[in-house]
Ligand binder design. Sequence first.
Ligand SMILES: [Zn+2]
Length: 496
Amino acid sequence: MQRLIIITVLWVGFILQAVAAETLSSDVLAKGTQWETTFYRRDSGVDGPVVLVTGGIHGNEPAGARAAEHIRHWPIKKGRLIVVPRANIPGLKAGTRYLPGESENLHDLNRNFPMTDEKLVARGVLAASLWEFVESSRPDWLIDLHEGIDFHQINSKSVGSSIIDVKGEAAESVVPRMLEVVNAEIADPRKKLVRLRYPVNGSLARAAHERLQAVSMILETTSKDQPVSTRTRQHRLMVHTLLGQLGMIDGSAHLLVPAGTSELRIAVYDAGGVGKRGPRNLDRVFAKTKSILRRVGVADIRDGVLGQFDMVVFPGGSGSKQAAALGKEGKATVKEFVEAGGGYVGICAGAFLAASNYSWSLGISNHKTFCETIEVPGIGRKSMWFRGGSAPVTMELTDEGRTILGDFEGVFEVRYQNGPIMSPMGRDGLGSFRSLAHFRSEVSKYKPQEGTMINTPAVIVGEFGNGRVLCISPHPESTDALNRLVQNAVRWAARR
Ligand SMILES: [Zn+2]
């Protein structure tokens, strides 16, 4: 008898699973206004909690919006997951905390929701629309993703790196675990997240708790000295822990792209050894293309996220510092990704990183760089890679360059900042590179550098295993007119 019951339960379980297909829906809030923003709803078809996640309420806190954009693609098995990833789009575009153009008493969206003990409803078009949506969604949990400017433990004036939640048993059952999971990856004890209470008056989290009895929390990362990939990862880890505790999710916290997408998937490394400008420029280059671009860091790479992408870009900064940040394991993972057919585009520092002449470099491109240390008369011993600050140079594509990178005729200008001067390394077992472009002018700081840059390769391509490797010495991603060149470089590496 008992056995029969077990079999019946198994069958019912199976049927429920088979029947319960997830349904996805989305629509626009504040329709017809300058504040239009999209929400995404995943309904598992199985009874369970309703979790509502918001990002981008403050436009100068981009990690929340980016993390929410990842989270909205997570399949769930119970309840409903509703995400408004980019609540304040004009603010995100302008990089401002506020609602652009609104008066001072109305410009902070997270002070416009129904206040404690006031009859007043939400104030302003966007807050009113969001509030109406949140009310009608009846969330059991409301998670609002934000960022502070400093670590709360180091600077108590900032709420950065904290969970600001509400009192009650439900929060008590998850917040300590969320902190434990996110803090396990933070080495510096002063940068670990702490628990704070209570969400500020007028905030969405406070209103949802007081008016709708939702268990609310504001998850704050810190923008100071931390790449976007780290901050989005922290948001993801916390939300994933919550969804896991609620029994809503099985999958990874590091699913960054929607499963089964046919769009070009680009990973941009933005962590140790990367300057601020490169990743931002790449965002701009790909903003209006049909592609999914995600920032990734060392922990993401070690977790195997590159497998979700067609290719990876290593932007400008310092090649040796990128190598040091990746570490032995990270470097091996990048090489394996390329060898298995993933694409690699290295820009400036990323082209140093791909080279074969350093103990620390990846050795996935058969080139060496001009980097000897030479005694310069009257100056002293100087390393030849350094040619001074950012400067314009000219370059010209080869025939193959025009086939791959686009029809850029003749000699044209490009920004250059200490990119590698590349020549054949001649390493056995690694195919030689082909030049897609040459420098037609040069910059130099020391006498021995003169004449060593002009007519050398500016862009080269080769193969490593099944993957394509494309190295760019200058910075075409800095120049709008060369957006197409960079897009084509990435597509070629991705075989798209
Ligand atoms: Zn904020």
